[in-house]
Design a protein around this ligand. Sequence first.
Ligand code: NAP
Length: 295
Amino acid sequence: MERIAYLGLGIMGSGMASNLLKAGYPVTVWNRSPESCKPLVEQGATQAQTPAQAVQSADVIIYCLSNEQAVEDVVFGQDGILSNVQSGKIAINTSTVHPDTSHQEAAAYAQKNVEFLDAPVFGSKNEAICGGLWIVVGGKQDVFERVKPILQTFTATAHYLGDTGKGACMKLIGNSIVATQIEALGEAMVLATKAGLNPKDVLDVLHVVDFRSPVFDGVGQTLVNRDFTTSFALKHLLKDVNLIARLAQDLNSPMPAAAMVRETIKTAVNQGWGEENATAFIKALELEAGAIVKS
Ligand code: NAP
């Protein structure tokens, strides 16, 4: 079996690394805050002190990091992956980043004769834990086919989208829909509350009507329960909507609704809710409306 290096053991990375271990892959882990390695080491992983050390003898290098700065530090930085990656290996970035970052990574790895896939994921904490993520991949198709059995240890489906950057683009496109759906649900639930409807009755209707959505079902339930426990931090959603705006601007593509949703998300982060779950941006709508959605 291929030897894996897994870097970035946050909410998503720790679930993915755990599933690689469960599938029997030898895994070396690294995380900036080393204490996050402990549960994986207890599961059989080897802990590295630096990204450079983690990739020393790995065949496939996978990482899941917050943002572009983290990729800059871990991939390009001192003691970073590129400082020690060996020719003939494969690197896979599962973080949500701008496709320009994927192109920079691919070019730098190519100089070292290393293959690269941009491969962000859909799904959240629970899907990462149970191996049920959905992965969207850019890069060479034959490289994607070679690593598919590895990706299958933590995904329900794997989708090849095209050359470098296409996975990153697909992820941003998907998250623009998710953010807009949460805004639509939030606006509707706040209006329903002000109109005197019981939020639980509203969710029952949303669950069966022809515009039903798993996002509405999941977010709706946590909203009425006032549960904003983090599985995907609001600060990361703000990062994503900023990336979406940048991509749309680069391509001169209209996204007026997404621009308005970005304002709501910004307001919510400015209220200090960035570490809460992404759905907490609905609280910005509640603040403006002077109404709280609860059962
Ligand atoms: P998270 O729990 O906040 O973890 C972020 C990881 O990045 C941690 O391992 C953190 O290390 C590391 N990191 C941050 N800045 C760093 C730096 N400068 N140098 C080195 N390491 C750094 O985030 P997450 O929820 O797992 O998300 C990770 C990525 O997946 C993000 O791009 C996010 O948008 C994407 N994503 C998340 C979800 C979700 O539902 N959570 C779903 C799909 C995609 P420390 O532990 O030391 O802070």
